[in-house]
Design a protein around this ligand. Sequence first.
Ligand code: G16
Length: 542
Amino acid sequence: MIQIIPTQPIDGQKPGTSGLRKKTRVFRQPGYLENFVQSIWDGIGGGQGKVLVLGGDGRFFNTQAVQTILRMAAAAGARRVIVGRDGLLSTPAASHLIRSRGADGGVILSASHNPGGEDGDFGVKYNTANGGPAPESVTEAIYQATTQITQYQTLDSSDLDLSAPGTAHLHQTEIEVVDPVAEYAALMEKLFDFGAIRALFDSGFRLRFDAMHAITGPYAQEILVNRLGAADGSVVNATPLPDFGGGHPDPNPVWAHELMGHMMGDAAPDFGAASDGDGDRNMIVGRGVYVTPSDSLAVIAANAHLVPGYAGGLKGVARSMPTSAALDRVAEALGIACFATPTGWKYFGNLLDAGHATLCGEESAGTGSDHIREKDGLWAVLMWLNILAARRQSVAEVMAAHWQEFGRNYYSRHDYEEVDSDAAHALMEDLRARLDRLEGQTFGALRVAEAEDFSYTDPVDGLVTARQGIVVSFDGGARVVLRLSGTGTAGATLRVYLERYVAGPEGLQQDPQTALREVIDAAEALCALHARLGRTAPDVVT
Ligand code: G16
């Protein structure tokens, strides 16, 4: 029986960089999830007749939320919902399912790298028929719907058993429960030279993949161990837990410090990697060497021709604006276009759909290609493994050779988390107000060559997205970028991205914080970060 429940708008249901992310407690308030899901249906022109994919990263509240959304999809008249077993799907697997099944879209439950659990974060995002995050036109329509909602529709029915693949009906909607790993693993087999990677493992190559108690554990176990022959025990923290074991499932040197410890130790394996809560981010580490996401993207682009799925060459590449320009140097050498977009994977969708770009990546540990429309953690790991298998070199050797050829973009991101929102916004606004006057001024040892507030014109649909981060470039090519995060759930997070290029052949093996000292000092001199935010140091340095 369809139930029509009267409701009223709830403030603040505006999707951010990647869907709606809030504290789990906020999402569990009566009607909160229902209001947002009804607004998704309303924002996309109704659920009637639609084929949808549904799944999440398994964090606390995933199980109940999936059941709620199934009931609401059925009440909205969806034709079919394809849902991962136990309501689980990694974000890349969900993107692939939407595409491979020709679905109209999908609902993904995740707050990505944010901590989970009752006191952690939860999130909901909608992906469109291309498998990618809804573009701004759609998220805006959803947001508008949240401000006008008067009722939502659901069913008066009990929970469905989602524990085994098969088909059931809910009202008139077919519910298909699928193995969350199978189709994704089959796609990976098509893109990569599994034989070469298997031979690499057979030769004694050792791997440690840290799933951080999140969604990729079963995917990594199946692909890396069962299909590629990595030694048993290579995948650690492999069982997804609703609170990620109390950890912060963000694959960077700070939160994946356990893996970093192994990789920098005497008994380090050849290759280390980690992924995040929903499986779309990655971290790459060699024995004794951490590879920044920006460098990883550049290395992948430079070596993609060694991987069967990309042997035909790249149509173009894209990066988010704050990502380092290491990719641009590779693109120039390859003679292909390199696009710089605002932060948010959704901005890559048009470029991939239109065939302008094959590879995309972000400094925030996201790398991917046109095989799906999300960034893809395990895909990046397989790219690296395939490249190492083809080159027969260590990660350190690959990096050294890359920097010798292209020079090195020293890069670091300093995050000031959960700072006072007013102070952070005022800092940004004051800097914006000074932009016109910065050129020629000196901060610390560096003189400003150019200052702008990044604005992006989508080359496919012409849409303009303004105010996407303040970029201050200095003489000699160093730069600092400042922007406010769009994924936090408490206060504000200010991100300070620091970059400096060294052409080589000398000076390519410095510690990044040392190599960036003048840029870090210039950023402080530019906007008195510490005094204004009431901090003495960043919370996270990656
Ligand atoms: C999301 C977006 C990414 C973005 C990242 C950080 O990733 O999909 O495009 O780079 O957030 O965004 P911000 O700097 O605004 O916090 P994820 O992995 O959290 O879905």
